[in-house]
Design a protein around this ligand. Structure first.
Ligand code: NDP
Length: 298
């Protein structure tokens, strides 16, 4: 039985994309500038190919330019760094995204930190991590930004709420915790060494699960009325020999206890790409000194 309100990330993402498209249109009309997003894919990982295709399609639908750079899995680090240098110097490119994971012979940190921080629409460059960590204007990682927008939309205020983020990755867990802290939550970051995780989660008004373990978070871990944001995307086999996508949260049991919950699919996923478009527009406005768009004002 589902009692929780379903937080419809798909619908919210459509609203964000629509607002981005309107602002892109205004930007073109008033300043003659079209935001451009360059996506770099190294290798042929099938999931990455799907993400890159979807990002390109939605970028064009929002009225922006999409530049796709597909490189062989064997591409050398020097070639990749040269490409990033040329995108950094290209005035038609305002956002640069290198699709992760990279093949193992490439140094991810080196590559990400080569991107000009003002074009780093993924928010992974150490300059942006530092700015976010010190509460300054930065590019904010898309997935945590999407989660934050949904939480802000659902709650009048996040101030003083107990938030538990499960997962401490650089791309989701840590920036998510930082954003919640910046919004004055009392934040706990849980991870694989956390002792008695269910007990930690039971104290949370807000739970963000970013673990990569299918349906790990169970209903009896959830404080009644809590808000549950499920970042996980896991493909599992079903009894009829097919596969399906599930999150890191056991949806049925958690939805019976939570006050609100995001579904998988249709929750965090669509918001991630919508926030990428928003970040590209933000980057374009900042690079051109146009005070027209604040990435958090949805
Ligand atoms: P990582 O593998 O980088 O990090 C997983 C985190 O979970 C680690 O900090 C790890 O702890 C922790 N963890 C693992 N097992 C447990 C456990 N049993 N108990 C508590 N914590 C545990 O994953 P990501 O952060 O990149 O992604 C997390 C999930 O989110 C994945 O399912 C991914 O597919 C999904 N995702 C979804 C996106 C979207 O757009 N919706 C975007 C990005 C990711 P430790 O550090 O101790 O190892």
């Amino acid at each position: 039985m589902t009692s929780a309100q379903i937080i419809d990330g798909k619908a919210f993402a459509a609203v964000v994309r629509q607002k981005v498209a309107e602002k892109v249109n205004n930007l073109k009309g008033a300043h003659g500038i079209t935001p451009g997003l360059a996506v770099v894919l190294v290798g042929s990982d099938p999931a990455s190919q799907v993400y890159v295709r979807s990002k390109g399609k939605q970028t064009v639908e929002a009225g922006m330019n999409s530049f796709e750079h597909k490189l062989d899995a064997e591409t050398s680090e020097d070639v990749l760094l040269d490409l990033i240098d040329s995108l950094n110097a290209d005035p038609t490119v305002h956002g640069i995204l290198v699709q992760l994971p990279l093949p193992s012979h490439l140094d991810e940190s080196l590559v990400i930190n080569r991107i000009a921080p003002e074009k780093d629409v993924d928010g992974f460059h150490i300059a942006n991590v530092g700015l976010l960590g010190t509460g300054q204007k930065s590019m904010v990682p898309c997935t945590p930004l999407g989660c934050l927008l949904m939480l802000r939309d659902h709650h009048e205020s996040l101030s003083g709420k107990n938030a538990v983020v499960i997962g401490r990755s650089n791309i989701v867990g840590k920036p998510m915790a930082q954003l919640l802290l910046n919004d004055s939550c009392t934040v706990t970051i849980a991870h694989s060494r956390t002792v008695d995780l269910p007990d930690v989660v039971r104290r949370a008004d807000i739970v963000v699960a970013a673990v990569g373990r299918p349906e790990m978070v169970l209903g009896d871990w959830i404080k009644p009325g809590a808000t549950v944001i499920d970042v996980g995307i896991n493909r599992i086999d079903t009894a009829d020999g097919k596969t399906k996508l599930v999150g890191d949260v056991d949806y049925e049991s958690c939805a019976a206890v939570a006050g609100a919950i995001t579904p998988v699919p249709g929750g965090v996923g669509p918001m991630t790409i919508a926030c990428l478009l928003a970040n590209t527009l933000t980057a374009c406005c900042r690079i051109n000194n146009i005070a027209e768009f604040d990435e958090l004002s949805f």
